[in-house]
Design a protein around this ligand. Sequence first.
Ligand code: HEM
Length: 526
Amino acid sequence: MLSAALGLVALFAISRIYKLWSGLKGVGYAPGIRCAFGARSSWGLLIPKRLSSFFYNPGSNFLWEMHRSGGFETEMDVMTVVPWLHGDPVVVTSSMETMQQVAGYSDDFDKLTEENGTILFGPNVATLQKETWKKHRRVLNPAFSKKLYAMVWKESMRMFRDMVETEAWDKKEGVDIPILGDLTAKFTLSIVASCAFDFRSAWSDSISAAGMEMSLQKCLKVVIEDIPIRLLAPKWAYVLPFKALKRVDTAFTTLFSFMRSQIALRREKIMSEDVTDDNTAGKITIFNNIVKANIEGGKFAFSEDEVVGNTFVMLFAGHETTARTLNGALALLGLYQDEQDKVYEEIKRVLSDGRDPEFEDSESFTYLRKCIQETMRLYPPAAGLIREAMRDVHLSVARRATGEKSHDVFIKKGTQVLINFLPIHYNPRHFPDPEAFKPSRWTDESLTSEAAAFAGFGHGPRACIGRKFSLAEATCFLVMLLRDWRVEVDLAPGETPQQWQQRVMTEQINTSRGLGPISIRLSRRH
Ligand code: HEM
């Protein structure tokens, strides 16, 4: 009995040593962290972070924690995370040059072969590998048109006015917003629901609540935060009386039945209406393209699962990221009043006759756009992106300080590469005085012509399809708000804006949840 147990222990130890060894070989023995759980391991994301140095678990907030501790300020631009217990080895790169190699147009790298997003939500444009992805982009691209952005602007105006009236801001001189993230997520979810899906709602009966067991906003939050639970729990486990399992199950069931019912409704609408008529309700929405691709069939047909996968990805990617950007921008403008004044002057100049902003004005708010870009540099809503080597590859490593090539790391086919945006966005070679909030560092050209070291919307062919959508929405929301209200944050006695920024923003940010709770105060401008 004892010898059988010892044999099992020995077998387990050998299998773990083998895992570590093959992981190290896969990442070319490049230096880095050797730990129990991988940087993206489902178990690692669930359990406490630092069990002991032997059982070290980088955890879900690994990128921000490394950034805060200066872990990437090393001379070399690459490090590796190789687990011995659970998860995949990952090469983490912190250089713009390596990002260009990995996320650029070469065939050496692609999205992951086994993507959690595809497994849980269905095949979709954000998670599929090149060959199938092309079909999805082809179906979706035409929807991302100027017409759609004009609608985003119009809907943002409607929803903003409705919010002000419903919340009775118009009767107040000052408004306290205790959790800014709840307000912005409600706003951005309503806009994506209305403009991408034609699910129109009012601020009071927001789509985020929509008569369901759990609000849509909550469902999306739970679904994303609890991905590891969904991946790890077998189906039978949901009968067990655990709150976390019940929450995850309710969120997934509610979300999927909501999406399926909306898909069925849209299908009926498309089949019963004259879809060649430009005025058909919701015709220019992204959802129309998704469902039509399922009805029409042919070379670019979407399967039922692809319709659901893309519906989910648009709902999620289309709101959370923009809400995080709005939270960061409002907090920073509340802190740096001189920058807010410049934005206000610009708004007054563009709207000199006192009218409301229109879509045609959107390009004129250049200083505001610089503030948004600078916010996304300091607090990128997505802190990084992941790719997989499609063949054995020599990864070219550059020196952080100079960009000169230092050496190659040989990585094996199947190895994951995590591009960490933080050390790129905070590299003084690209952005002098990188910790400072300096919107004026952006020129008008660098706003439109994708600054090489700015990765906020990703890089290369898989860069964000919704960039203009979110910029139209964020610009409209901020213009409306800052035109009528001064934004302030609550500094502690004797605290400088930089200290507040460090305490409330940088130290509390979380890769999966975004900025920690931020409260702001609005004072009416006269
Ligand atoms: C401030 C707001 C946003 C930020 C920061 C953001 C960020 C990103 C990033 C970094 C990527 C690249 C991911 C990768 O390469 O692995 C991406 C891709 C994507 N984004 Fe966004 N996004 C935003 C808004 C939106 C909106 C509003 C939508 C839809 C309405 C959207 C839909 C997508 C989709 C579908 C992809 C996948 C594109 C592809 O692989 O072809 N995003 N986004």
